[in-house]
Write a protein that binds this ligand. Structure first.
Ligand SMILES: *[C@@H]1O[C@H](CO)[C@@H](O)[C@H](O)[C@H]1NC(C)=O
Ligand SMILES: *[C@@H]1O[C@H](CO)[C@@H](O)[C@H](O)[C@H]1NC(C)=O
Ligand SMILES: *[C@@H]1O[C@H](CO)[C@@H](O)[C@H](O)[C@H]1NC(C)=O
Ligand SMILES: *[C@@H]1O[C@H](CO)[C@@H](O)[C@H](O)[C@H]1NC(C)=O
Ligand SMILES: *[C@@H]1O[C@H](CO)[C@@H](O)[C@H](O)[C@H]1NC(C)=O
Ligand SMILES: *[C@@H]1O[C@H](CO)[C@@H](O)[C@H](O)[C@H]1NC(C)=O
Length: 413
């Protein structure tokens, strides 16, 4: 009786400990305040999740003074991204390997090269052993000048990630060239071309919703568009929604930040949407398992099936189901609806109220009265979710036990 309990606890402990396996460049650099600016810009440029999703890489960090020198030229964030991506080598160079390079010199491809936008050989870094144990670094297209030197090793996880400090930012005319902000993309055109035409047409028919999406384009936007078959079979339910409910359902499929596929794969958790507005949460959960990313509401589990575009500041992914927010649908097993006409949803029949999502007070009551089945929403949700709640409690207890044991173990050993 003792033994199984101990075994269970050990298993729980392993479960708790296991996920910390992958490296996290943000966490590594956090321990070193001298790289805080570099670290912050890895996050701002969304390079961090890309770095975390790779193995066998070397990050050439520079200290805050070197970053200040770069930033004093006021480069755009897109230019900073190009420059910093030149500082991530797609090979593993620990301090030892750096000082034992075959023939004393090597070219390393970088993440800048991997973007495909580096002209000529500008995406490569030349690493050369110099006199007196020094190691020089230079962008390959920089007249053969090795303008930075190895300072020290910051952290090495052999053959996964090496973080080293170099003396300064590698000058590179190509990487420093002003990178234009990505041209304003035509959302509906991209969706239409890639299997989400019904969603695009529906969005175009609801200008309020479409405007909410396009207003967020500059600051960052991620769209999860249901594939045509999924949306077609959902149209009967869609048409049943109130005018504001339809807009909310559409806006529920957008997130007001740019999330690359790498970010989604490395982040589990609640996600606010364009429909989120004060008390109206309209959120869903991102859950990933290896290469598969799912989006969950209480009623739907949708899977990302395709990437239509993933270029900062815009990402559009296709999903295999329409996401049903619990705010609009009560928990019930969806009755398979007869397949409707292939056309997009009708244009909104009821004339639109000013309808921007800025007016939650006006919208919320309208929804409740339009879909009476939903008004005692919480009660309905609660019954449907007892099992979830129970699972949640179980997980909390498990976590607490695992944590307790984790703390106790070092004392025992
Ligand atoms: C990496 O570490 C940072 C800071 O500790 C944390 O905010 C972030 O969520 C971590 N990322 C992943 C993918 O675990
Ligand atoms: C080292 O130099 C020799 C002779 O120049 C050459 O044949 C060999 O390919 C070089 N090795 C590497 C790894 O560059
Ligand atoms: C790296 O640069 C040095 C100095 O310009 C040069 O001698 C060396 O050949 C270069 N290495 C490679 C692999 O191109
Ligand atoms: C290195 O990366 C591999 C693949 O992601 C992982 O399985 C392994 O645990 C990592 N090793 C270390 C020491 O973190
Ligand atoms: C986007 O493309 C669609 C065709 O798919 C076109 O009708 C629409 O006018 C375009 N929108 C903008 C803002 O260019
Ligand atoms: C539309 O709403 C009515 C009334 O609430 C309901 O009886 C019907 O099943 C709904 N249809 C669909 C397709 O959800």
């Amino acid at each position: 009786m003792q033994l199984p309990t101990a075994a269970l606890l050990l298993l729980l402990l392993l479960l708790v400990v296991a996920p910390s396996d992958a490296h996290n460049i943000t966490r590594i650099l956090e321990k070193h305040p001298e790289f805080s600016t570099f670290n912050r810009y890895l996050t701002l440029t969304h390079l961090a999740p890309d770095i975390n999703s790779r193995t066998t890489i070397t990050v050439c960090a520079v200290n805050n003074a070197a970053m200040d020198a770069l930033l004093s030229k006021h480069p755009s964030i897109y230019t900073v991204k190009n420059i910093l991506s030149l500082h991530v080598l797609l090979d593993y160079f620990g301090a030892k390997k750096l000082h034992q390079i075959t023939n004393g010199t090597a070219l390393a491809a970088t993440m800048y090269q991997a973007t495909g936008s580096a002209p000529g050989s500008s995406g490569f870094v030349n690493i050369t052993d110099l006199h007196g144990g020094k190691v020089g670094f230079g962008a390959e297209n920089n007249d053969g000048t090795l303008s930075a030197t190895f300072v020290k090793s910051v952290e090495e996880v052999p053959y996964n990630i090496s973080v080293i400090q170099i003396s300064n930012i590698l000058p590179s005319a190509a990487a420093e060239a002003p990178a234009p902000a990505p041209a304003k993309q035509n959302l509906t055109a991209i969706m239409s071309r890639h299997g989400c035409k019904v969603f695009a047409d529906t969005l175009s028919a609801f200008k309020d919703a479409l405007n909410t999406f396009t207003d967020n384009l500059d600051g960052g936007l991620t769209v999860f568009c249901p594939l045509d078959d999924a949306l077609k079979s959902f149209l009967p339910k869609f048409k049943n929604l109130s005018a504001s409910g339809k807009v909310q359902l559409l806006e529920f499929h957008g997130v007001p930040v740019y999330q690359s596929i790498a970010t989604l794969k490395s982040n589990n958790g609640l996600q606010n949407t364009l429909a989120t507005d004060g008390a109206n949460k309209f959120d869903f959960t991102v859950q990933n398992d290896g290469e598969e990313v799912t989006l969950k509401t209480k009623l739907t589990t949708a899977k990302i099936t395709d990437t239509l575009i993933d270029e900062e500041p815009l990402a559009i992914f296709a999903i295999n189901k329409v996401l049903q927010p619990k705010e609009l649908f009560k928990a019930e097993s969806p009755a398979p609806a007869p397949t409707p006409e292939p056309a997009a949803a009708d244009a909104p029949t009821p004339p639109k109220k000013k309808g921007k999502k800025k007016t939650p007070a006006a919208e919320a009551p309208a929804d409740a009265s339009d879909s009476p089945a939903d008004s005692p929403g919480d009660a309905a949700d609660d019954t449907a979710d007892d099992s979830n709640a129970a699972l949640g409690r179980y997980v909390s207890v498990a976590l607490a036990l695992g944590l307790g044991l984790g703390l106790a173990l070092p004392l025992v050993l």
